[in-house]
Design a protein around this ligand. Structure first.
Ligand SMILES: Nc1ncnc2c1ncn2[C@@H]1O[C@H](COP(=O)(O)OP(=O)(O)OP(=O)(O)O)[C@@H](O)[C@H]1O
Ligand SMILES: [Mg+2]
Length: 199
C-alpha cells in the first residue's frame, strides 16, 4: 500500500491519507478535473488527505469478461487531457485494482503516480498485468481490443513501443517481486512475445 485507505460504505466515502505531499498533489491535480470516470472529490485538507466518493465496484481482474473497449476508452480520455510534446498524462500504475466496474460504468482510481510520459508506457504496463494472468488465447483478444480501440482514436508509435517495452517489463517485474505477487500464468512468456508485435 502506498497510502492509508479508510472506507466508510455507510457514508459512501473513502479517506485516502497519502504517504507524501507529492502523492497528494498528484491525486488532487487529477481529481480537481472532475472527470466522469473517477470518484468525485468530496474534500481535502491541503496537505495529505483526500475524501473521495466511494465507488461500490468490482476490480476489473475479478470480472468474468471485462469490457476492454470501455477500459481503453478511459485511458484514451486521460491521455487526451494534456500533452507536452509527444508526452501526455499517463496513469503509470495500471494495476487492475485501480480500475473498478460499478453500475455499468468503468472507473479509474489512484492517480498518486501519474506523470507526463509517452502514452505507450500506460498501454504496455496495463497489458503486462493481463499477460501475467490470462492464457494466450484470452490475452491475444485483450491485446487486439486494447490496441485497436486505442488506435481508432490516438496514435501508437511502434518505435517508441519497441524502445520502452524492456524497461516497462523491468519495472513491472521488480514491483511484482517487491509486493510478493502470486505466480504468473504459464503462458506469460508467449504473451510477452505477442507484446513485441505491435504494428
Ligand atoms: N473511491 C474509492 N471507491 C472504492 N474503492 C476505493 C476507492 N479508493 C480506493 N479504493 C479501494 O482501495 C484500494 C487502494 O486504493 P488506492 O489504490 O487509491 O491506494 P494505494 O495506497 O495507492 O493502494 P495500492 O498500493 O494498492 O495501489 C483500491 O484498489 C480500491 O480497492
Ligand atoms: Mg492503487
Amino acid at each position: 500500500m502506498k497510502s492509508e485507505i479508510i472506507i466508510n460504505k455507510g457514508k459512501n466515502q473513502v479517506i485516502k491519507i497519502c504517504n507524501s505531499p507529492k502523492m497528494f498533489k498528484k491525486e488532487l491535480y487529477i481529481y480537481k478535473k472532475k472527470l466522469p470516470y473517477t470518484p468525485r472529490l468530496i474534500d481535502n485538507d491541503g496537505k495529505n488527505t483526500l475524501m473521495l466518493e466511494y465507488i461500490n465496484g468490482i476490480p476489473i481482474m475479478d470480472l468474468a469478461q471485462p469490457n476492454f473497449v470501455k477500459i481503453t476508452e478511459l485511458m484514451i480520455n486521460l491521455h487526451s487531457l494534456e500533452s507536452k510534446g509527444d508526452k501526455c498524462i499517463c496513469h503509470y500504475d495500471n494495476n487492475p485494482k485501480n480500475y473498478l466496474f460499478a453500475n455499468g460504468k468503468y472507473y479509474m482510481l489512484d492517480f498518486s503516480e501519474w506523470l507526463y510520459d509517452f502514452p505507450e508506457t500506460d498501454l504496455i504496463h496495463f497489458l503486462l498485468f493481463w499477460a501475467s494472468s490470462y492464457n494466450s488465447d484470452k490475452f491475444k483478444f485483450v491485446f487486439e481490443q486494447v490496441i485497436n480501440t486505442y488506435k481508432s482514436k490516438r496514435m501508437i508509435n511502434p518505435l517508441e513501443w519497441e524502445l520502452i517495452l524492456p524497461e516497462i517489463i523491468l519495472r513491472f517485474d521488480s514491483r511484482r517481486i517487491k509486493f510478493g505477487k502470486k505466480q504468473a500464468h504459464p503462458d506469460i512468456s508467449k504473451n510477452r512475445e505477442m507484446l513485441k508485435n505491435i504494428i
